[in-house]
Every structure is written in structure tokens, then in C-alpha cells.
Design a protein around this ligand. Structure first.
Ligand code: SAH
Length: 396
């Protein structure tokens, strides 16, 4: 395809290195690999060409992000609103056979659904949307997305969760989080038969950690005895463990999260103890005072936000896992997670092997798990795979 065949979008030329990255199957080109963006408006759809003028596809352009373009198609896209509508329909259809036992899931996951910069989560009858790029923030784009989501999913309301830091980085004017459509700000959703309160404008992420849904079910399947859910947030793992375990304790440093966790326990008629504490301090105290458990879940926040943090992050994971392993009774279950993209599954397994050796315990690997299927992983975009969840049993 040559440039003369291209539609009316402006052209961005990329360097041979940028072109090679796209040909390898990735969709990002960094600013340092851009040759020319003459007259390209911020947030515009663009035709991408290599330095010789060979067309590589259609992308969305950001004038401020280090990721200057995100490819949306290897073809020329003539009608961008039609493209958006089709991709939304595709994202919904993709999930139909994959999602069970839940009315809360990620409907659109940015690059993984060929809609870079757009995240939409469904919590029963409320949709929560996040816009992360200039292109998705354009008014006509917002309108198309809202109208297609409404037509296909008929939510009671759609709210927008704004990350002010992202808007600043994308050089977008500040705007508050709030309702975009409808009036409903809270609802109750269920996953795996467990019910949760959802308040659209509160909480972390877009409200819940939907990416753990299948790991909750796995933990529920294996959990038993006395259980500890460390970094429990609003009680996702704890609530799933409760039917199988004799006693469940959840630990988190966030009081608002624990208040919702307590309401969730009441909603499900479960008796769970919630402790507001720093997990590092509490595990140290518990380990030293000889507390023992049959099931421990570790689901800390992302310790490695960048590649540079990797070593420090692995030390943090090791400290937690070492303590947990010392506290598990023989036959005890460890469910240990990392949501840092920069920590690879092999890094986490190596850290766990080191921890087991140092704790003088033998660990048997039961499962190496990832994010729920509504958070698709694109094999040629490694960044789409970020959540790891290892299930292991202490044999001595
Ligand atoms: N397991 C949860 C998600 C955990 S997210 C779920 O499935 O829903 C990470 C949690 O760690 C957040 O709730 C945050 O409040 C908590 N947190 C962060 N630092 C902490 C610390 N040092 N001690 C205890 N909790 C911490």
C-alpha cells in the first residue's frame, strides 16, 4: 500500500526501528522513532507510513505521550466512528463465550481490544469508563463510544473515572469524575455467586479488581481451615474463601476499603474479621508470635511501577512470601499474586523458590494463573499480560 491510496487522515512517518516494531506485531511507536508529524492535530487518527512512504496502517496520535502512536489497524481505516462501533461490538461478542457467573467484567481493555486508551468496566447495570489518551477524549469519539455502549448494553448509567495524572500527561484539560449518562451511582454486582457493593465514584481502580475474578474462584476451590487475606481491599478473596474456611481474616491499610469489605460480608451473611494495618508490620508480628494459618492470600499493590523498581519490588515480594510461608501449617495453601507488568512469571516463581528455600519449606506448585479472560492478553503486546497468581501448597 502506498500513501496515494490513503484516506484523508494526516500522515505520521516512523523510523525503520518504529516500522520494525509494528511489523513485529506491536502497536506502539515511541516518540523517538517518529520521523515526522507535520501538522498532525493532537488526538487525531493518522495514517502510519515508513520512511519510504510505505503504509503500515492506521493509528491514533498523541502529541504529548512518549507513546506517540498506537496502531488500531494494519489496514487503512476510512470511517473512524464506524471503526469504533465495530470494535466495541467485537469486544462484547468476544467475551460472550468466555465470561460466566458474573455481571461484572471488563468490557473494553484498551489495546487488547484494539481500542487503545479506552477502558470500560461493567458492574451489573452501571458502566465505568476511563479515557487515557487524547484520541479517545475527542468529543465526537466520546459520543460514538457512549452511544454504542448504550445501544448494546443498555446500562442504567455510565460514569467516567478520571485519572488526573493521565490527563496531565496527555495535556488534556482537567475534568472531574462523574456521571456521563443516567443517574445511578451505586449498585450491587455479583461474581461467582458472591455479592459486592459498588459505588461508582469511590474506591480504587474503577471500583473493584475484576482481573482477579477467576483467581477468586480458584482460591475458593482450594482454600480451607483458617485463612488470611493479605491486602484484602473490599474483601474479594476473603469473601470467596469464607464458605470453605473455618475462619477468615482480611488485612488492608485502607479503612474505606475495609468499611466496604464489612458491608460486603454482611451482604453475603459472612462473619469475617477485618484488620486495618500495614501488611508488612502485621505479618512480621504474626510470624514472630507463632500465628499459624491453613490458607494465605497475598495480593499486594504493584511494587514495580517501572523496570528500575524491579529489584526492590522482588525484595518486597520476598519479604511477604517468606513470612507467609513460615506461617503456613503443613499442607497449607499459598495464593500469591503480582500485578506488576515488569515482574515476569519467571521472576515471581524464582522469588518464591528462594523464599521456600529460606523458610525451609517445600512448596508444590498447583497452578500458575493470570488475569481473568475479560482482560485479554495479546501475544505480540507483552504489556497486556500483567497479573500473575501462583497457587502452591506447602508439603512440610
Ligand atoms: N486483593 C484485593 C486487591 C488488592 S489491591 C482484591 O482482590 O480486591 C492492593 C491493596 O493493598 C489495596 O486495597 C491497598 O489499600 C492495600 N495496601 C497497600 N499498601 C498496603 C500495606 N502496606 N499494608 C496493607 N495494605 C496495603
Amino acid at each position: 500500500m502506498s500513501l496515494s491510496a490513503s484516506p484523508g487522515f494526516p500522515v505520521v512517518k516512523v523510523s525503520p526501528r518504529g516500522a520494525a516494531r509494528l511489523k513485529d506485531g506491536h502497536v506502539w511507536v515511541y516518540r523517538s522513532d517518529i520521523v515526522s508529524t507535520d501538522g498532525v492535530p493532537p488526538g487525531s487518527p493518522v495514517v502510519v507510513a515508513d520512511h519510504r512512504g510505505q503504509v503500515l496502517g492506521t493509528a491514533l496520535y498523541s502529541s504529548s505521550s512518549q507513546i506517540a502512536i498506537r496502531l488500531i489497524s494494519r489496514e487503512l481505516v476510512g470511517d473512524f466512528p464506524a471503526y469504533l462501533r465495530q470494535r466495541i461490538a467485537d469486544a462484547i461478542a468476544y467475551r460472550e463465550p468466555l465470561i460466566h457467573d458474573t455481571n461484572a467484567y471488563r468490557v473494553i481493555f484498551s489495546e487488547a481490544d484494539f481500542l487503545p486508551g479506552l477502558i470500560v468496566d461493567r458492574y451489573n447495570d452501571v458502566l465505568s469508563m476511563q479515557i487515557l489518551t487524547q484520541a479517545m477524549d475527542v468529543e465526537t469519539v466520546r459520543e460514538t463510544v457512549l452511544s454504542e455502549l448504550t445501544e448494546r448494553l443498555q446500562p442504567a448509567s455510565i460514569i467516567e473515572r478520571v485519572d488526573p495524572r493521565v490527563r496531565h500527561l496527555e495535556e488534556l484539560s482537567p475534568r472531574p469524575s462523574g456521571l456521563l449518562q443516567g443517574e445511578k451511582l451505586s449498585t450491587i454486582f455479583s461474581m461467582n455467586g458472591v455479592q459486592f457493593h459498588f459505588a461508582a465514584l469511590e474506591g480504587q481502580k474503577t471500583g473493584a479488581f475484576l482481573d482477579q475474578r477467576e483467581n477468586y474462584a480458584a482460591a475458593a476451590q482450594y482454600g480451607r481451615g483458617e485463612a488470611l487475606d493479605v491486602f484484602c481491599y473490599q474483601g474479594g478473596f476473603a469473601l470467596h474463601l469464607a464458605p470453605r474456611c473455618s475462619r477468615v481474616t482480611g488485612i488492608d491499610s485502607s479503612r474505606p476499603a475495609l468499611e466496604v469489605a464489612d458491608q460486603n460480608a454482611a451482604l453475603n451473611h459472612r462473619d469475617i474479621e477485618w484488620i486495618e494495618a500495614s501488611a508488612f508490620d502485621l505479618l512480621k508480628d504474626y510470624a514472630q508470635s507463632g500465628q499459624r494459618y491453613d490458607t494465605i492470600v497475598l495480593d499486594p499493590p504493584a511494587f514495580a511501577k517501572t523496570k528500575r523498581d524491579l529489584d526492590a519490588a522482588l525484595r518486597g515480594y520476598k519479604e511477604l512470601n517468606l513470612r507467609a510461608l513460615k506461617m503456613l501449617r503443613p499442607g497449607g495453601l499459598l495464593v500469591t499474586c503480582s500485578c506488576s507488568y515488569h515482574v515476569k512469571p519467571s521472576d515471581l516463581l524464582a522469588m518464591l523458590a528462594d523464599s521456600a528455600r529460606d523458610a525451609h519449606r517445600t512448596l508444590r506448585l498447583v497452578e500458575v494463573r493470570g488475569q481473568a479472560k475479560d482482560h485479554p492478553v495479546l501475544l505480540n503486546i507483552p504489556e497486556t499480560a500483567y497479573l500473575k497468581c501462583i497457587v502452591a501448597i506447602v508439603s512440610q
